[in-house]
Write a protein that binds this ligand. Structure first.
Ligand code: G3H
Ligand code: 13P
Ligand code: ZN
Length: 357
């Protein structure tokens, strides 16, 4: 099974009304857990790697070869390999050169991945990446609006991509008219929107309501752009059972709230097709390792800890495939090779459409 482009996968998801979780991976074990769950659920998969993973933790060759090996080992499961939060043209193009079928050009922030960028910069850099990626049939996700908390006006600092400084409400919520303009001018295949979510575990200090998690903003963008695939970043649910798993086994995570799965289900009904999840996977794995270590103080074979972690991650991933409606769709997708996708872009067959409002 060849790797699938994001565009083909999300077109299929839109046609059949489901969402696809995009799981960040750093290593083989996360990949295996996700693929085991995908096979059991017959779900297509998006595996994404951050720049930290590509450049520091694993390296391009390692991460691409892991995914290619997974594709061989799980031949019935379509896999999209996506660059998460590319900060420059070079980051995106080098990912595609290395074998990724899709890249996110996050022009909502400047190349330092911290300073909120101007609209003109975002359009310019994203359009250039989309044009070049489409020449070879690869897909591009753009971002409009800045991820961050509507409660504090700040973005979390705990991982690779986060705005610095205080953000205004306007910056934190994607404007539907600007989104329509952005998609037409950049020709992105998917659009990440800002609606009050942020990366990491500490998204909300209480169970979120419409004040701090603006799902109605997604609905407004979808009404303006019914044919555009929307992406929700910062979509870990930070479930209580995983907080408990960590804290009952020696961890010290302060109480926190993430994005409830039912809110994501609501988003899927309004055009959300890609749902980015990293933190929940980290919590599942590290929580299971903590529990295993506490229950088996005599064990020193690392595979035992890792197998416990893989099993916990598999449970989480299967749940998301079921809840997002991804389950049952993997085997019905016939992968279109990237050169054929390139021909379709060239003919204009994949150009964006905007509702006349
Ligand atoms: O962008 C956010 C992802 O959770 C990636 O995190 O840069 O620590 O790999 P990372
Ligand atoms: P979480 O931190 O909520 O898992 O978000 C991950 C993400 O958006 C990666 O791009
Ligand atoms: Zn993100």
């Amino acid at each position: 099974m060849a790797l699938i482009s994001l565009r083909q996968l999300l077109d299929h998801a839109a046609e059949h009304g489901y969402g696809v979780p995009a799981f960040n991976i750093s290593n083989m074990e996360q990949g295996l857990a996700i693929m085991n769950a995908a096979r059991a659920s017959d779900a297509p998969v998006i595996l994404q790697a951050s720049l930290n993973v590509r450049q520091i933790y694993a390296g391009d060759r390692m991460i691409v070869n892991i995914v290619l090996a997974l594709a061989e080992q799980f031949p019935d499961t379509p896999i999209c390999l996506h660059q998460d939060h590319g900060n420059t043209e070079k980051a995106c193009l080098s990912a595609i050169q290395a074998g990724f079928t899709s890249a996110m050009m996050d022009g909502s922030l400047e190349a330092d991945a911290a300073t909120p960028a101007s609209y003109a910069y975002n359009i310019d850099v994203t359009a250039r990446v989309a044009e070049m990626a489409h020449w070879v049939g690869a897909s591009v996700e753009g971002e409009l609006g800045v991820l961050g908390s509507l409660q504090t006006g700040e973005a979390a600092k705990e991982d690779g991509s986060a705005a610095s400084g205080r953000l205004s409400r306007d910056q934190l919520l994607t404007d539907p008219d600007q989104a329509a303009d952005f998609v037409m001018r950049t020709k992105v295949d998917a659009l990440a929107i800002a609606c009050g979510t942020s990366h990491g575990a500490y998204k909300f200090t209480r169970k979120p309501d419409g004040e701090i998690l603006a799902m109605d903003q997604i609905e407004a963008v979808h009404a303006r752009l019914p044919d555009t695939h929307l992406v929700m970043h910062g979509s870990s649910s930070v479930p209580q059972y995983l907080q408990d798993l960590i804290n009952e086994n020696g961890g010290e995570m302060p109480q926190t709230w993430g994005v409830p799965v039912e809110e994501i289900e609501r988003g899927i009904r309004s055009g959300v097709r890609k749902i980015n999840i990293d933190t929940d996977c980290r919590m599942a794995m590290s929580g299971a390792m903590r529990r295993y270590a506490r229950e088996h103080p005599e064990v020193f074979d690392p595979r035992k800890f890792i197998l416990a972690a893989v099993a916990e991650l598999e449970t989480l991933v299967r749940d998301r495939f079921e809840r997002f409606g991804t389950a049952g769709h993997g085997s019905s997708i016939r992968v279109i090779p990237l050169p054929e996708m390139a021909r379709r872009y060239e003919k204009g067959a994949l150009d964006p459409r905007v509702a006349a409002v």
